[in-house]
Design a protein around this ligand. Structure first.
Ligand code: EPU
Length: 338
């Protein structure tokens, strides 16, 4: 285990923010991870996965521990299902393609989501009608204080829309080391209901799609709407879609009848933050090196040299405009690292 002082995190966060870690270590085994967590040399420890869902506002005065645990193992299988244990440091999209290539169904709609498998449960990643919780079986996590491994069941993870126990009660207390997924081997339950997937399959004359067709359609949609972080720094959706009261929704709908919406319950409606931000005039706007993506207003981008503060100031500006215009408060989806 080699601890290096003053390391730039620019290549370790998909926003491409040039924050400096006061010390940095990459761990590839549980033993190394325990060693790094227990080192007395630096008090504060900061766990880094794929760096795809965070905004580094400042330099990080901590030992940054980059999780490089690798491996995909079969836990058990029967005729219908296979349970795979995936180490936290496996790239999420590579894992999705591994499943697609082995004809294991369940994660194909989640293709091309940036980040690592270990952080996928933290915010219950989701896209195109599927959420991580639909295929999640359990995960193993190391208690940061006792260094003991604990298994979290599905129930214990308390999944919600882009939420889990790892963002609330258990925030900063555990390091997820592996995740077990329950995937289908036959009779795949395909989710094609999302409009754009449907359109792509129809255009290709695919009437009985397989999981590969779905993955390809999702890759197609995402690449056409969402910027590739290797080309343009970003963290996917910056804000969550807000859930508002139906009375509030109706008042806004009277002024903007075209506003898209998704009922959540009898009294609550989810509205797309991307639409609100576009209406507030931010889509495609650039402020220095911080900007709002031209094809999806929910995504903030770094044109090169934006600092964490530049992106954050833009986020606050957007938040204020959306509140002034619609009286709706939008909250970040990404973790803001102070
Ligand atoms: N819209 C606009 N303008 C925009 C963006 C969106 O008018 O600039 C409208 C669209 O026309 C559509 C609606 O808003 O009517 C919803 O847009 P979209 O289908 O693109 O989905 P989203 O709600 O903006 C969510 C997830 C994405 C995920 C997509 C597809 C959140 C915060 N984001 O976005 O997740 O890929 O659905 O399922 O829930 C991510 O989390 O990083 C992410 C990209």
């Amino acid at each position: 285990m080699k601890i290096t002082p003053n390391v730039s995190l620019k290549n370790y966060n998909t926003f491409g923010i040039n924050a400096i870690a006061s010390s940095f270590v990459s761990v590839t085994t549980i033993v190394e991870l325990k060693e790094a967590l227990s080192t007395k040399a630096v008090d504060r420890k900061f766990i880094l996965g794929g760096g795809s869902n965070m905004l580094l506002k400042n330099d990080v005065s901590a030992l940054v521990i980059q999780i490089g645990l690798k491996g995909i193992d079969t836990v058990k299988e029967n005729q219908e299902h296979i349970w795979l244990e995936v180490a936290a440091g496996e790239n999420w999209h590579d894992f999705v393609m591994y499943c697609v290539n082995h004809n294991y169904g369940g994660v194909e709609n989640l293709a091309l989501i940036p980040g690592n498998t270990g952080t996928s449960p933290v915010q219950n990643i989701g896209a195109y009608g599927v959420e991580l919780k639909d295929v999640f079986d359990s995960c193993k996590a190391l208690d940061r204080n006792t260094l003991e491994s604990k298994t979290f069941t599905h129930f214990e993870c308390k999944f919600g829309y882009r939420e889990s126990i790892f963002k609330s009660e258990a925030k900063d207390s555990f390091v997820i080391t592996s995740v077990v997924f329950k995937l289908t081997k036959t009779n795949h339950k395909l989710h094609t209901e999302y409009g754009a997937i449907h359109e792509i399959l129809e255009a290709k004359n695919i009437t009985i799609p397989g999981i590969k067709d779905i993955a390809e359609a999702v890759i197609n949609i995402r690449s056409s709407k969402l910027p590739d972080p290797r080309v343009l720094g970003n963290s996917g959706s910056f804000f969550k879609n807000p859930v508002i009261d139906i009375a509030e929704f109706k008042a806004i709908q009277r002024i903007y009848p075209e506003m898209p919406f998704y009922p959540v319950s009898e009294s609550l409606i989810k509205v797309p933050a991307g639409w609100l931000i576009e209406k507030a005039g931010f889509k495609g706007k650039r402020f220095g090196d911080a900007g709002v993506h031209s094809r999806q207003a929910l995504v903030l981008v770094n044109y090169g040299e934006a600092s964490g503060d530049d992106i954050w100031s833009l986020a606050l500006k957007i938040k204020k405009e959306v509140r002034d215009l619609f009286n709706i408060v939008i909250e970040p989806e990404v973790n803001i690292v102070e």
